[in-house]
Design a protein around this ligand. Structure first.
Ligand code: DON
Length: 313
């Protein structure tokens, strides 16, 4: 952490979040994801901001207990499980480089012979889903019980309507999966892999649940709420590194420049930013910019990080 003003006292944090949340609610830019009806119907005015700190405090404003579709934020959970299950072999099948392309881009995947650029874009997360489907007899239950272990049973559900809708409108993701299969980089049955991937995208959580569940990434792999070791320090650093370079898709450079934190976004409007050795900032508001990142979410996280001097750079 460097520069800016360090304020850790709960009262100050609460008033900062209140001010930042109020200002964000006035922003009117952005469009709610509309590629499936279940997401297009979401109320665009909803807005939540949560900060979880490593002393176990959770401070929130707005709709912080409302569960929303976490979409691509789930890529972090899938990745954690695959890293734990297959170790460094994973990096033979997916790279660790930023793509500079939209999250559902297909062009680069053919040039690079079916090896996705990173696990934070759709092709990479579908590859990770293949690893999970191939190594677990019940891959969805494995992901669900891992996330429940992190945030508590009531704080994560799968939304069947979103899952079915994703399956019905999944042509682009199917194309990515079959292209990787044609290069020999998908082992399991493609329909099973896609079903896992879409199910994972359909998970719903609140900003409080997300902040709690990913706090171990700020705490060198140990959950600050339960004291349980979730990953090694090295794996936590690696996940944070991938979030820094690729978690905000082709806006990751902009986010590093303006905010300076590892982060992951989803088209449901959620963003989770990790502040190593401090905590987690989780924000949610459905309207998205053209990159698929929440307009209000990015602005709230930028303001909190700037005012508290939290950039890692
Ligand atoms: O797979 C897809 O394209 C959708 N379920 C969106 C995933 C997502 O959140 C990408 N993000 N910004």
């Amino acid at each position: 952490m460097s520069g800016g003003q360090q304020i850790n006292a709960p009262d100050n944090l609460e008033s900062l979040l209140k001010r930042v949340h109020e200002q964000a609610q006035k922003l009117s830019e952005g469009v709610v994801a509309n590629y499936i009806p279940a997401l297009a119907e979401v109320n665009p005015d909803q807005c939540a901001l949560t900060v979880a700190t490593l002393d176990g405090q959770i401070t929130s404003q707005g709709d912080s207990q409302t569960q929303f579709s976490i979409q691509s934020i789930s890529k972090v959970f899938g990745l954690m499980l695959a890293m734990e299950r297959v170790g460094d072999d994973l990096w033979q099948r997916v790279q660790m480089e930023p793509s500079g392309q939209p999250f559902n881009s297909i062009v680069q995947l053919e040039w690079e012979k079916g090896i996705p650029r990173n696990p934070m874009i759709n092709a990479g997360a579908i590859l990770v889903s293949d690893v999970l489907v191939s190594h677990y007899s019940a891959s969805k239950s494995a992901v669900l019980s891992m996330v429940r272990n992190l945030c508590g049973d009531d704080h994560v559900q799968a939304d069947n309507r979103v899952h079915q809708s994703e399956l019905e409108h999944g042509s682009r993701n199917s194309a990515l999966a079959y292209l990787m299969k044609s290069f020999g980089n998908i082992e399991a049955d493609v329909t099973e892999v896609l079903d896992h991937y879409f199910w994972q995208c359909s998970l719903t959580m609140s900003t409080e649940g997300l902040a709690r569940s990913l706090a171990f990434l700020a705490n060198r792999g140990t959950c600050p709420f339960s004291g349980k070791r979730i990953t090694s320090h090295r794996e936590a650093q690696r996940i944070n590194a991938l979030m820094s370079t690729s978690g905000m898709y082709d806006q990751s450079g902009h986010f590093a420049f303006t905010v300076g934190l590892p982060a992951k976004s989803g088209v449901g409007g959620g963003i989770v930013a990790i502040v190593p050795d401090y905590g987690v900032i989780a924000a949610w508001s459905p309207p998205l910019n053209s990159y698929g990142n929440s307009v209000r979410g990015m602005e709230m996280i930028r303001k909190v990080a700037t005012e508290l001097g939290l950039s890692v750079y």
